[in-house]
Design a protein around this ligand. Structure first.
Ligand SMILES: Nc1ncnc2c1ncn2[C@@H]1O[C@H](COP(=O)(O)OP(=O)(O)O)[C@@H](O)[C@H]1O
Ligand SMILES: O=C(O)C1=C[C@@H](OP(=O)(O)O)[C@@H](O)[C@H](O)C1
Ligand SMILES: [Mg+2]
Length: 196
């Protein structure tokens, strides 16, 4: 898609959102952080990543938070950070993979934002998360089995997001463009008076 048309579509999406946050959910490695940043630039919105916000608040990286404070405390921090970010309009928020699975956090997102599941299959996710060792939940004897189990548990919950976009093995730009079109279609179908 040429640049002018791309900007026009991104601006149309911004209009349809009328200030509501756009929130990305899905498994680790799906591309929430990478695609979210790009999307925010295209939309002229502020980009926030819940993991980054938690790291700033705790002054520790994610593996250290998990090892010194435990997952329960991490999840509580995640809910707090996301509640705060959702008060802002005009943001794109990339969540950590477990955020939307947490019922309280999911309820906040469902109430205040338009949510998008970036869906990717096992092979794609495993290839991506294997490149880095910054995901404490996969530090098990059998990370493949752990990732499989997490997918089984979480896919049905991610399916509660407003929109689903499949991340294929294509450049971030293409995923961002697919996402913009999918959210536009969703909003135009639900709110046809809004310029659709
Ligand atoms: N569309 C894509 N094509 C190629 N690599 C990607 C794509 N999306 C994400 N990645 C890579 O996969 C890894 C995980 O992406 P990230 O954005 O951190 O995912 P998440 O935030 O969902 O865990 C990163 O190294 C990123 O560069
Ligand atoms: O899936 C999860 O429970 C987690 C995903 C990570 O974020 P990404 O999805 O951005 O990798 C991070 O929040 C933490 O390691 C826990
Ligand atoms: Mg991320």
């Amino acid at each position: 898609m040429e640049a002018a048309r791309r900007n026009e579509r991104a601006n149309h999406l911004v209009d349809l959102l009328v200030g509501r946050p756009l929130v990305l959910v899905g498994m680790m490695g799906a591309g929430k952080t990478t695609v979210g940043r790009r999307l925010a630039t295209r939309m002229g919105r502020h980009f926030l990543d819940s993991d980054e916000e938690i790291e700033k608040a705790a002054q520790m990286d994610i593996p250290d938070i998990f090892s010194t404070r435990g997952e329960a405390e991490f999840r509580a921090g995640e809910t707090r950070v996301i509640a705060r970010v959702l008060k802002e309009s005009d943001v794109v928020l990339a969540t950590g993979g477990g955020a939307f699975v947490h019922p309280e956090t999911r309820a906040l997102v469902k109430a205040d934002a338009v949510s998008v599941w970036i869906k990717a299959d096992f092979d794609l996710l495993f290839a991506r998360v294997s490149r880095r060792s910054n995901r404490p939940l996969l530090k098990t004897n059998n990370p493949r089995a752990t990732l499989k189990a997490l997918i089984e548990e979480r896919y049905p919950i991610y399916g509660e997001a407003d929109v689903t976009v499949v991340s294929r093995d294509v450049p971030h730009e293409t995923v961002a463009a697919d996402l913009i079109e999918a959210v536009i279609s969703h909003l135009e179908a639900r709110e046809p008076g809004n310029g659709g």
